[in-house]
Design a binder for this molecule. Structure first.
Ligand code: HPA
Length: 295
């Protein structure tokens, strides 16, 4: 028996009580993806088997961000008998949390042996080709939060062994094969698909137009307040990672109103803009996971 942290232990017990196999993938559905599950994002070959709120998982911080439920939904695939975890909502640094508290939401399933992670977020588009509702598959990231989940003692598993090296290489942070498969799957649908670099900031204030111009100049294409810690912690643990941004708005200063003046950003309008695309994205992710099991 492998030794588990209290959080992973409660998750494992729940999965066992549902009669499910160890999940083979974990999808993080960030802000804007809240309604994707009920809205038709679950392909017919997947069934919801149960759920668990963050509050029920020992040691996990409950979500406080508006638009973030903070729960795990367990799904099973009827064709292959495989299961997966859909994490609806996530934790953020801007809630006042430490990077390690934030990444615990994905590390509890990693402890159980989950290998493939699909991370989503809503982000401000900075590329001239971006339109609201488009998808940007993340090819690389810049962590501008000034914080890092590997800071401090090298993260360990419950049995005291280290998850990974002290100085983690991030050259191949995002898995090329998973990215190609997800891109091909999403391209079958109606969504416009881009690729680009994600800029992770702490928030919670949106950026100034000057900051956005700066981010554009240093080679970034979308900006958001999440994801970069989860990807680093997961890479350190040897997981396979694929991430994408739903372009929920054009970044500050880039959208002009009818009067030609820059439009202000509104969190709730941003969440609303995500509804249709988020359904197609979740379907695409689950179809990609299914295709990886073979037909
Ligand atoms: N900036 C930062 N985070 C975001 C944005 C943005 O424009 N849109 C959605 N999350």
């Amino acid at each position: 028996m492998i030794k588990l942290s209290p959080g992973a232990e409660t998750l494992a017990r729940k999965i066992q009580s549902l009669g499910l196999a160890t999940p083979s993938f974990h999808v993080v559905l960030g802000s804007g993806f809240k309604d994707s599950l009920e809205g038709g994002g679950l392909p017919e070959s997947f069934k919801i088997r149960g759920e668990m709120n963050f509050r029920e998982v020992d040691g996990l911080h409950p979500s406080t961000a508006p638009g973030h439920a903070g729960k795990y939904v367990f799904v099973e695939n009827s064709r292959h008998g495989k299961s997966g975890i859909l994490q609806v909502g996530r934790l953020h640094g801007y809630e006042g949390l430490e990077p390690r508290q934030v990444v615990q939401t994905v590390m509890v399933s990693r402890e159980l042996g989950v290998q493939d992670y699909y991370i989503t977020n809503a982000a401000g588009g900075m590329d001239p080709a971006h339109r609201t509702g488009d998808v940007m598959i993340i090819t690389d990231q810049i962590n501008l939060t000034g914080r890092n989940p590997l800071f401090g003692s090298n993260p360990q598993k419950a049995d005291g062994t280290e998850w990974g090296p002290r100085f983690q290489d991030l050259t191949l942070l995002f898995d090329g094969e998973l990215r190609t498969q997800l891109k091909a799957q999403l391209q079958k649908g109606a969504l416009k698909i881009h690729e680009g670099v994600y800029m992770g900031v702490l928030g919670p204030a949106f950026e100034t137009p000057a900051e956005i111009r700066f981010f554009q100049r240093v080679g970034c294409h979308a900006v958001g307040m999440s994801t970069v810690w989860e990807t680093i912690a997961l890479k350190h643990s040897g997981a396979r990672i694929c991430a994408l941004s739903l372009i929920s708005n054009l970044a500050a200063g880039l959208a002009l109103g009818k009067d030609g003046r820059p439009e202000e950003l509104d969190h709730f309008a941003i969440l609303d803009a995500c509804k249709t695309s988020s359904v197609g994205i979740l379907r695409g992710i689950l179809q990609t996971a299914e295709a990886r099991w073979g037909s």
